[in-house]
Design a binder for this molecule. Structure first.
Ligand code: TYD
Ligand code: MG
Length: 459
């Protein structure tokens, strides 16, 4: 290879934006301090992965009625909750990204998955982070001992390709993409170029040979998969582990799935012998709930297509000085500000003098508006120092004048609430069989005792 003058380029490690000159702020995604100098590959990577299941090399356009529908073969893993998330099993030849913070359980899960998948064929588990001894110790702990499971320690993806050609596995696991590299790319492992090209390389390998592939990807502190967004476009499915390290349960969410619906979740518990599926997450999430304490509300949310009961917690305390604090964990900060403003206006709470903290128990992240009402009632409960009646559960979006608005899948939620022996506040009979329409009514009905005295918020 003739080594010409190497061209360098600055690449935003957040979104992949390229610029010949260093910049402090990325003009594309607005992040600061994300530009890193990388070598420009000698030639643009030759082959882009074929991301379509239809043969893209067809010579001429095909009438839509003539396209053969290929029923893709799926592998059922036997981990029922995971099979549901994948949409009925992992599709043969698909490439999935498993992301999550370090230490959340990605390697543990994939080892357990390998044990289940080994009945379908050989598995090549490439470890670029841990030694084979470490994997073996983990396997012992998980009681995984399958002769169809092969461990290979390397970060070199060209080497992986050679091994794959010799061994012809049915499955490949790459743990992790941030520690894997292609020697033709000069930047360090973990850089945007390596992560992106490495994923494209593996996708090509997988699609050309019909091998089902799992790639582990760490997420950065903002919760994004390290590396550019394009990574998500290359693969067929993205599954993300979420959960608070302080708790031992883990939520696996499908962020993208070409072969199923997205947003589906499975709940696992991390135990001494690996991850165990939780079949009734609602009961599980409520098991540590403090009964009779102000600031705790049961919320029925929707994750993917399934309802789930969760605990919303709020703590309202008198602010020491200056600007009061607003902290939200598991819900959007902007929503919290709006809810606080609605409470000030509609209930007359002087919350500008109080700190407000809101948390979704268990580290679950809620992205749907149905959490508004439970958050509002939890804040009211903490402020008033009055617990919410223990049999009540709720959901609902709040409008700016405190009206409760409809949300998706209300009937499904009502059923889940009933199934777990709670009653939905929306159907409360207290208002002559009419549905409650305003947040104010919801607060009145939910709290244990009549309210009236303000400034009960401890402080
Ligand atoms: P790991 O799978 O190594 O996380 P990741 O690959 O995402 O970085 O999981 C590490 C954590 O899980 C570690 O803190 C130990 C814990 N663990 C258990 O509690 N039980 C087990 O059976 C195993 C294997 C790990
Ligand atoms: Mg790991």
């Amino acid at each position: 290879m003739i080594m010409g003058k190497k061209k360098t380029v600055y690449i935003c490690q957040s979104c992949g934006y390229k610029t010949p000159k260093w910049a402090g702020k990325c003009p594309e995604c607005g992040e600061w301090g994300t530009f890193v100098e990388e070598f420009q590959p000698e030639k643009p990577s030759s082959k882009r992965p074929s991301i379509s299941w239809i043969d893209t090399s067809s010579e001429k356009p095909v009438p839509i009625t003539k396209i053969e529908k290929i029923q893709k073969e799926r592998f059922k893993t036997g981990i029922d909750e995971f099979d549901k998330v994948t949409g009925g099993g992992i599709v043969r030849g698909s490439v999935s990204l498993l992301s999550g913070e370090p230490g959340i359980g990605k390697s543990t899960f994939l080892l357990q998955l390998s044990d289940k998948m080994a009945k379908y064929g050989k598995i090549l588990y490439v470890t670029a982070e841990e030694s084979p001894e470490q994997i073996s110790l983990r396997a012992e702990r998980l009681n995984v001992k399958n002769s169809n499971l092969f461990i290979y320690a390397t970060g070199n993806l060209e080497e992986v390709k050679n091994i794959v050609e010799q061994m012809e596995p049915s499955f490949i696991i790459i743990d992790s993409i941030q520690t894997a590299y292609l020697t033709v790319i000069e930047s360090a492992a973990g850089s945007v170029s390596q992560v992106r090209e490495g994923t494209a390389f593996l996708t090509n390998l997988s699609k050309s040979k019909g091998i089902t592939t799992f790639i582990v990807g760490h997420v950065n502190k903002e919760g994004n998969i390290a590396g550019p967004k394009v990574l998500e476009h290359i693969v067929d499915a993205v599954y993300q582990f979420e959960g608070d390290r302080g708790y031992n349960f883990r939520i696996l969410k499908s962020l993208k799935n070409r072969f199923g619906s997205t947003g589906e979740i499975a709940v696992f518990k991390m135990e001494k012998m690996g991850l165990k599926e939780i079949k009734n997450p609602s009961q599980f999430f409520l098991s540590h709930r403090p009964i009779g304490k102000p600031g705790s509300v049961i919320y029925c949310g929707i994750e993917g297509s399934r309802p789930i009961l969760l605990e919303v917690q709020a703590l309202v305390t008198r602010a020491a000085f200056g600007t009061p604090q607003r902290k939200a964990k598991g819900i959007d900060m902007n929503r919290l500000s709006i809810i606080v403003a609605i409470l000030e206006k509609e209930l007359g709470y002087p919350l500008r003098n109080f700190d407000v903290f809101v948390n979704i128990a268990g580290g679950v992240k809620i992205e749907e508006p149905g959490v508004d009402l439970p958050v509002a009632v939890a804040i009211a409960s903490s402020y008033e120092g009055k617990p919410v009646k223990k049999e009540i559960a709720m959901f609902g979006e709040l409008g700016l004048s405190g009206e409760i608005r409809g949300v998706k899948l209300e009937e499904v939620r009502e059923k889940e609430i009933e199934r777990n022996s709670f009653y939905s506040i929306r159907n409360s009979l207290q208002k002559n069989n009419n549905k409650i329409k305003f947040m104010k009514e919801a607060v009145e009905i939910s709290l244990e005792a009549l309210y009236g005295e303000y400034n009960k918020g401890s402080g």
